[in-house]
Design a protein around this ligand. Structure first.
Ligand SMILES: *Cc1c(COP(=O)(O)O)cnc(C)c1O
Length: 359
């Protein structure tokens, strides 16, 4: 046995590496990116910002200016603090590390965002996934029973949820918050495409923080996520953060873009309107069950036996369109396809490829 094989944790060896497909030359509708680039005038300004940076210097560890701007532009309530991560993926690690006493339990609906479970495993914590209903709605009674049984230190609620696309009922989430003796993190990665938010209500609860990202509104490449909450939480999470996690380019470019947030908001509005067009077109296809979406993607299940979605996926890819086939992971997602909303032109290409594949 090699030294690596002997030394590396067996559960890490058993993992499949997080796999993202090569999308070169394809219409890319697989990972919930915004299809829109910056207008040229703003891209130029970003270029100037980067050119003027002192790349020889470390970042300012507190990233005070950016955090202040996030508080201002994202509606963070007075008295709350903000933690920055290199993507909200990294915030998940900080939160999990901070609560990770030996024996602590992490709980989340299932299926939901896989990184919740991975972060728990990396910290040697027990992860409990509470199955959603067949239509991916939340069974609040069952979830609360699991909360009572497992007494989780940390409960994740993606609101709206990925990969199912729906937003759970607010009153159910309120009941879970009331039943939880530990921390509840509301992951609002898709808030720009959803109706509700817990951000304005942060001061109502002593066990809730809200996590968000700028990835889905046109800045996925930058890697910037944040957690907002009472200082008694945020200041502790912050101690697990490498001091220079937000690099000078991310900080400076994010400041520039948030100063022009109206541009990003406009793009998000276009995606939202386009989602309704795409969902309506998908609903016309009798072979698909289309689930409600409060995000920038639509989840649809292909009728037929095992492998039906894989066939559609392959045919679409051969026709130049990359979406995500969720089959083969979570059993509830058998024959499910996740389609990110693109530009109207990209979506027309997607729909044409999909219809041809279903024929
Ligand atoms: C995309 C996504 C994130 C992670 O976003 P980052 O790009 O790491 O900021 C977090 N939660 C959910 C539910 C997501 O879908």
């Amino acid at each position: 046995m090699s030294t690596a094989k002997r030394i590396i944790r067996p559960e890490i060896q058993a993992l499949a590496a997080y796999h993202v497909m090569d999308a070169s030359g394809l219409v890319k509708l697989d990972v919930m990116e915004s299809p829109y680039r910056l207008p040229e005038w703003l891209a130029k300004e970003v270029g100037e910002v980067v050119a003027n940076l002192e790349l020889n210097r470390y970042p300012i560890p507190t990233a005070n200016k950016l955090r202040g701007l996030i508080k201002q532009t994202m509606g963070v309530p007075a008295g709350c603090e903000v933690l920055l991560g290199n993507g909200s993926d990294e915030c998940i690690t900080y939160i999990t590390t901070a609560i990770g006493k030996p024996g602590a339990v992490v709980l989340a609906p299932s299926p939901s965002f896989v990184i919740f479970q991975m972060a728990a495993m990396f910290q040697h914590l027990k992860f409990v996934g509470v199955p959603l209903n067949d239509d991916f709605s939340l069974d609040a009674d069952k979830f609360i029973a699991a909360v009572k049984e497992h007494q989780p230190a940390l409960t994740w609620i993606a609101y709206p949820n990925n990969p199912t696309g729906n937003a759970f009922a607010v009153k159910d989430i309120e009941r879970i918050i009331a039943a939880a003796s530990g921390l509840v993190v509301i992951d609002e990665a898709y808030q720009p495409f959803a109706d509700g938010s817990f951000m304005p209500r942060l001061n109502e609860f002593d066990n809730v923080v809200v996590m968000r990202t700028v990835s889905k509104i046109g800045m996925a490449g930058m890697r910037l996520g944040y957690v907002a909450g009472k200082p008694e939480w945020i200041n502790e999470f912050d101690k697990t953060r490498p001091p220079y996690n937000i690099n000078v380019m991310t900080e400076a470019v994010a400041i520039k873009l948030l100063e022009h947030k109206a541009v990003l908001d406009e793009q998000a509005r276009a995606i939202l309107a386009e989602r309704e067009v795409v969902a309506a077109e998908l609903r016309k296809l009798p072979q698909l069950t289309v689930y409600p979406s409060a995000t920038n993607f639509v989840l649809a299940r292909v009728a037929g036996e095992k492998g039906a979605a894989a066939k559609v996926f392959d045919a679409m890819k051969a026709a130049g369109v990359l979406i995500k086939n969720l089959s083969g992971g979570h059993p509830a997602l058998e024959n499910c396809l996740r389609i990110t909303i693109g530009t109207p032109e990209e979506d027309r290409a997607m729909l044409a490829a999909l219809k041809a594949a279903l024929r």
